[in-house]
Unconditional design. Sequence first.
Length: 249
Amino acid sequence: MPQIHLRAEAGDYAPAVLLPGDPNRATRIAERFDGGLEAARQVTSHRALYGYTGTYHGRPVSVQTTGMGTPSLSIVVEELLRLGARRLIRVGTCGGIGHGIRTGDLVVATAAAPADGATRAYLADEPYAPSADFGLVRELVDAATARGITPHVGQVCTVDLFYNPDPGFFGRMRERGILAVEMETSALYYLASRASAAGEDVRAATILTVSDVISGEATSEETYLPLDELERAVDRMIDLGLEAAIAGS
């Protein structure tokens, strides 16, 4: 039976799926599949939630747009899990807040503080720490290290607001050791952990490009990477995500 939003059925997606928020980034990822975009199969374009399936270095892989924020991601991931997705890697951008983090750096998220509404709704406001799969985290870090890249590895915070009106929020997060803020990871980690607890071999991890740095001295608008530099940094991240997605498959 086709899923309501993805308009897809079992077998349409590979077990390994990359999850960008941006539909244009999903197409950009599919262009890296074996044979390029022409050889990839577009699974869905409904609501601009572009999804593609193909192979990378001969191994099956898919990419699926999640949209922006945990409400949209939650719909997409719930349906992907019903369709057999098992290795879920978010590839996105973030605002760096940790000490020493610069624009263009990479962050691999070991856990995500759930400061968003969707994850809190899943949890009924009970305490919980949404965490990544250690094996996938290690594969992302190893893929980066093999290319001479040292990513920042640690906790991020998932938020609902890009333009946060609370001037002290980022400072408080920094004091708690949060490396970056973004808008999807906590729900992804919760849903993967829920499936794993139910006996399914579902794993999730997130790798992020730092698009801007948020501090007491500068805002997102003042530090946001020029688009050409951001695209180059994102392309590097995508390559690492694809390598981790097919590792061991």
